[in-house]
Design a protein around this ligand. Structure first.
Ligand code: SF4
Ligand code: SF4
Length: 360
């Protein structure tokens, strides 16, 4: 297996301290030792030293959501995500990508998204109808909201209209690159997808990014590839918080305590923790759940659900336990994935709402 010196260094520097063991959402959901950064580093050490074939542990390399919880805890200060993504790329180059991943890449080649969708819900199209196509601000919805959680996209368009933002949404929006980056890492195809998306975004002065996972790719991976984004990028949550601060929107009042699901990409990769809380604090009595802000836990992933759907349901159930424990009656979500997976996992008496629903 060809693997960079940097990744080898990270794999070999694992001290097996177990600090990452208790915070992996996948490991916590499955209860399996193999599902954490430590176990993955160990099996890849065997491969690196010629004692095992990569094909023997490739499934394990795909049992990671790249959520960064282990990176935050890792005692070595290295980033276990680096070798996980790099090994995914090596598997693709060596032709040993698992069949279930190859099938998604094939769908991506055919439709431009791994979900194989060729159309999206009329609820989005209806709200797009009266937008000004010449606006210099673009709301980038992303594939997850467009195809997997259309109400989340629709509600965002409605909320931005209420805030008086002059913006447009593209009917033929293309993937940010997050899908290929997750499946095969830094391959040439991934760079091509990102460059094509950047070319479109750069036609706008400002781009409001709805999905934190797309924002993460724009601020992190594009930089690594030297793909220039000349437009000003804003998270959707920061736009809502500014609109509230400037008196452009009101926030609905909720009965009972309210908490906020920090999206892992938004807090750990983009570095935003407060903007969503500005809205939640205005909605009612705010309570913080455990494992919040930079310590947050993944609540679900549409991409990973394509091959680990049952595990994603367990991940959401684990996160829901934190919400219930907080005493909150409502959890507010700022990502389409958090919203969809937590909603499915919510017991009676717990309300899961998308942050746009609070805008009046
Ligand atoms: S990135 Fe997240 S899912 Fe992957 S090993 Fe680390 S904690 Fe687990
Ligand atoms: S925290 Fe880092 S050094 Fe410790 S076991 Fe996990 S990956 Fe290895």
């Amino acid at each position: 297996m060809l693997i960079s010196e940097n990744s080898k260094k990270i794999i070999d520097s694992c001290r097996f301290c177990w600090m990452c063991r208790h915070i992996c959402p996948i490991g916590n959901a499955t209860g399996q030792e193999r599902n954490n950064a430590r176990a993955r580093a160990l099996s890849l050490q065997y491969v690196e030293r010629g004692a095992a074939e990569l094909s023997e542990c490739i499934d394990n390399v795909y049992e990671c959501a790249l959520c960064g919880a282990c990176t935050k805890e890792c005692a070595t200060g290295w980033d276990p995500i680096v070798f996980t993504k790099e090994v995914r790329r090596e598997a693709a180059l060596d032709g040993i990508t698992p069949d279930y991943i190859s099938a998604l890449i094939e769908k991506y080649g055919e439709t431009g998204n791994i979900y194989g969708k060729t159309d999206y819900c009329d609820c989005i199209k209806n709200e797009m109808a009266d937008l000004d196509a010449n606006a210099d601000t673009l709301l980038y919805i992303g594939s997850d909201a467009r195809y997997m959680a259309p109400c989340f996209a629709k509600n965002a368009i409605i909320a931005l209209k209420k805030a008086g933002v002059k913006f447009t949404v593209l009917a033929d929006e293309i993937d940010s690159g997050i899908e290929l980056d997750t499946l095969i890492g830094a391959m040439e195809e991934t760079k091509e997808a990102m460059t094509a998306c950047a070319d479109v975004l750069n036609k706008y002065k400002t781009v409001i990014v709805l999905n934190p996972s797309d924002m993460k790719v724009f601020v992190r991976e594009y930089k690594e590839w030297d793909i220039e984004l000349k437009c000003e990028l804003k998270t959707y949550t920061s736009v809502l918080a500014d609109a509230y601060r400037n008196g452009k929107i009101q926030i609905a009042k909720l009965d009972g305590k309210v908490t906020y699901q920090d999206n892992p990409f938004l807090v750990r990769e983009v570095g935003e923790t407060e903007e969503g809380r500005v809205i939640c604090n205005a909605a009612g009595e705010y309570v913080e759940m455990i494992l919040s802000k930079k310590d947050t836990m993944l609540a679900g992933s549409f991409i990973m659900a394509q091959w680990m759907d049952d595990v994603m349901k367990l991940v959401a159930k684990e996160r829901m336990a934190n919400i219930i424990q907080s005493g909150a009656k409502t959890v507010v979500c700022a990502s389409p994935e958090d919203y969809a997976f937590l909603k499915d996992a919510a017991p009676e008496g717990i309300s899961v709402i998308d942050i746009s629903e609070l805008v009046i």
